[in-house]
Design a protein around this ligand. Structure first.
Ligand code: SAM
Length: 657
């Protein structure tokens, strides 16, 4: 209903003749739009060098500074646990975070800074049809709603990036740049990031990664055969491949080698030749006896003595395998399953009077050799395989763009640490979680996953919506439930210790009323309302996770939830079932008490916290104790709390929120 836009028409004509003179730039109103690169244009018509802005080798686009600002801007949000949708909530070490990944990456910065070994992401490819999330924090909501009718269930803003909008690449770059910037912080020095992308944005994405990770840390731009049939035809060429871009943060030492072909079998026992494989001791983080108490048990050493898993530093550790492992069962039956060697403790330490102890190693009987990986990825599954995997689990195809677990398993296997954290913040149908479960079942690893997914609505009339799934996050969670069962069943005895649970955490506004952050702006009339600084709809468990986030406590540590009842001067303590509601309204003398990682953190957010309760908690000598500022039974109890802890447990840090 409009006359032809002459400017657009001219731009199109110029683009036809001189496509390199068309760029994305800011118009006179500061909006990003398609425009002419006049410096380039002048140079195109001159045989001399035309004066212009200083040239630099760099990636630039209008909105880059905003992207940096977006990555750094603080947010007043929190993660609220959702027991009902979780599996093994109290004990699992896996997390499923529902919400925008920009918020999630910010919330995780404190706790997971430098701790993640592997990030795999498969973002929207910017095909012109896939939605991307609008981070325009500067734009007010009303202006936005006028511009677009796209919102999700939560009121989150979703915008389709279509090629005609004149800011096609700029929008996508801004979206991806801030997230990659935050990913760099999360990665450990030996961490790896792997991203999948197609021809559309591979060049831009590579530039972003080169800039943030450094071109020297680029491991590969590996083509992956995604369509076995050769793919769609495009001007006579078929593009049946996508790319996997791989970067390490600082060091390539973590890259494991592919086990292949020959390798000398230089040892021999009654069953034939073998060579020494991995040792049975668990190494690295979570290798203390307390991390896996069931995996501290004696094995018979060659001299008939009992070998226990002591670490090099003399501390009690644990074996990599549980007693139920079929190989361990064979060892108990007297078979020569392990190669044994005596090894001294570090720094001539002694344990039980001994300076060395027996250490078992696996025996490798196949002829194998370690070689570097090939980056020609044509044997790690295709899109069709990914769809088949989903159909096997659901009976139909609930999600359009899944990746095959075999590809992600290859990515995971690149990192040698089998006890690491794997993050996917464009989780979709949670193929990465499925791949982590499979990897752990295959090699008895204890990798943990963190999936992040926006609760993006399933498309109207889609098979998923018809089957009752409201959002893609709902599909992802159900995928993990189903895949977990399947992987565990298929692993048989090897799957007994497999962690197939996940803790669901949902991004929401802060638990605290505004006054908590800006007390000087509270008005007299509303002061009474603000005596309790916690929003009414928030539960004690919400506050627990807020405290964990604020203190940088690992969100996957085991939680013990207890009900403490004071009766006739005696405490009765019980542990309610996983989903049993203790009730947020504590009746007099009944309290909900949380312990995180046994004694790392103890919290009680109920009202009426008395000196009796404080003393009983202090007896447990937690590292940190937290209460609600308004939760103390009296001013005296509040003042005395610190004194009580000082006397009974001086090592405890006490706080109230
Ligand atoms: C290409 S799909 C990933 C598919 C996934 N690799 C799989 O195998 O199922 C990209 C996903 O990112 C999600 N997404 C897009 N923007 C997001 C954001 N800002 N935060 C979290 N997830 C987002 C989309 O909902 C979509 O599910």
């Amino acid at each position: 209903m409009h006359s032809i836009d002459v400017v657009e028409d001219n731009l199109a004509k110029l683009a036809d003749l001189f496509p390199d003179c068309i760029t994305e730039t800011r118009d006179e109103n500061g909006n990003i739009a398609r425009g002419v690169d006049f410096d380039h244009f002048r140079q195109a018509f001159s045989s001399r060098i035309v004066e212009g802005p200083q040239e630099r080798y760099q990636l630039n686009w209008p909105g880059k500074r905003e992207a940096l600002l977006t990555a750094n801007a603080p947010i007043a949000k929190t993660l609220r646990p959702c027991r009902e949708e979780s599996v093994d909530f109290d004990t699992t070490k896996n997390l499923y975070i529902e919400g925008d990944n920009l918020d999630a990456l910010k919330l995780l910065q404190e706790t997971y800074l430098g701790k993640v070994k592997m990030i795999y992401i498969d973002p929207p490819y910017n095909t012109g049809k896939d939605f991307i999330y609008e981070d325009d924090f500067a734009e007010d909501k009303d202006a936005y709603f006028e511009r677009s009718m796209q919102v999700d269930e939560e009121g989150n803003r979703l915008v389709a990036n279509s090629e005609s909008n004149g800011r096609f690449h700029s929008d996508w770059l801004r979206f991806i740049y801030s997230r990659i910037k935050l990913s760099w912080n999360l990665l450990a020095d030996d961490g790896i990031i792997a991203v999948t992308i197609d021809d559309g944005e591979v060049f831009q994405f590579g530039k972003v990664l080169d800039e943030i990770f450094g071109p020297g840390n680029r491991l590969a731009c590996a083509p992956w055969l995604s369509e076995a049939s050769g793919g769609k035809e495009k001007s006579g060429l078929r593009t049946g491949h996508e790319y996997l871009l791989l970067y390490f943060k600082r060091s390539s030492e973590s890259i494991s080698q592919e086990e292949r072909s020959t390798g000398e079998l230089n040892l021999r026992d009654s069953a034939g030749p073998y060579r020494k494989g991995r040792e049975l001791m668990k190494w690295g983080g979570t290798s203390l006896r307390s991390d896996r108490p069931n995996q501290f048990y004696p094995l018979q050493a060659p001299d008939g003595t009992h070998a226990l898993p002591y670490r090099n530093d003399g501390k009690e550790g644990h074996w990599r395998w549980g007693k139920e492992n079929p190989e361990i069962l064979k060892a108990f039956l007297g078979q020569e399953i392990f190669h044994w060697e005596k090894r001294p403790f570090d720094d001539s330490k002694t344990v039980n009077g001994e300076t060395e102890r027996w250490v078992p190693y696996e025996k490798i009987r196949d002829i194998k050799k370690s070689v570097g990986w090939s980056t020609w990825l044509d044997k790690y599954g295709t899109n069709a395989d990914a769809t088949r995997e989903l159909k096997d689990l659901f009976g139909f195809k609930p999600f359009d763009t899944p990746k095959p677990t075999s590809l992600i398993n290859w990515v995971i296997s690149l990192h040698g640490d089998d006890d690491c954290i794997v993050v996917d913040y464009f989780s979709g149908s949670a193929s990465t979680a499925h791949a982590v479960l499979k990897a752990n079942a295959d090699d008895h690893g204890t990798r943990k996953f963190i999936m992040i997914q926006l609760p993006e609505l399933c498309p109207d009339e889609s098979p998923a919506q018809k089957a009752g799934y409201k959002t893609i996050a709902d599909i992802g969670k159900e995928r993990i439930r189903r895949a977990g069962q399947k992987v565990k069943e298929e692993a048989g005895l090897n799957g007994v210790n497999l962690d197939i649970g996940f803790r669901v955490l949902k991004i929401d506004s802060s638990n605290m009323k505004d006054v908590y952050y800006s007390p000087d702006t509270a008005e007299q009339a509303s002061l009474l309302d603000q005596i309790g600084n916690v929003k009414e709809d928030r539960t004690p468990e919400d506050l627990l996770f807020q405290v964990m986030l604020d203190w940088g406590v690992d969100l996957s540590l085991p939680i013990m939830r207890q009900q403490w009842i004071m009766d006739n001067g005696q405490w009765t303590i019980s542990e309610p079932g996983a989903t049993e509601d203790i009730g947020t309204e504590s009746s007099a003398g009944t309290f909900e008490v949380f312990f995180v990682d046994e004694n790392a953190l103890a919290c009680c957010f109920d009202d009426g916290v008395s000196e009796d309760l404080i003393k009983e908690l202090a007896k447990r000598q937690p590292l940190r104790a937290v209460f609600r500022d308004s939760g103390f039974a009296s001013d005296d109890a509040k003042i005395n709390a610190e004194q009580i802890f000082k006397q009974m447990s001086p090592g405890t840090e006490v706080r109230s929120i």
